[in-house]
Design a protein around this ligand. Sequence first.
Ligand code: FES
Length: 141
Amino acid sequence: MSFAPWSKDAALVVLATLRDEEGPVLLALQALQREFGYVDKEAVGLVADYFNKSRADVHGVLTFYHDLLTSAPGDNQISVCVAEACQAVGSRDLEKQVKAKFGDEVHDGYCYGNCALGPSAMVNGCIIGRASLDKIAKARR
Ligand code: FES
């Protein structure tokens, strides 16, 4: 997956597509992440100003949703679900193994709706059920 390089002008074009949306902050942050692969720290002020919200409002949304990334992703994006159902079947141990092996590629994950097949992981947008270190390694690019 390739993303456009972050720029304020390109971000304003993305925000303009959401001008008439209600509750646009989350939609804006998601749209920026789709465009650039992450939400640049400059986007907090940009979104706040564009939609007449406080920076605290935007920062709150950005930090509440763990799927929103605040730094550019690497070649692989990996997350292991650490919500309750997956924790009950060992996701915390799996997460430690995955972070030890793949480090910066790993982000927190919270329920992909695949609870019955936990522990669940996501690699580059694909959900893996009954995840293991081996399955995650094979799913990487
Ligand atoms: S709790 Fe892990 S996928 Fe739902």
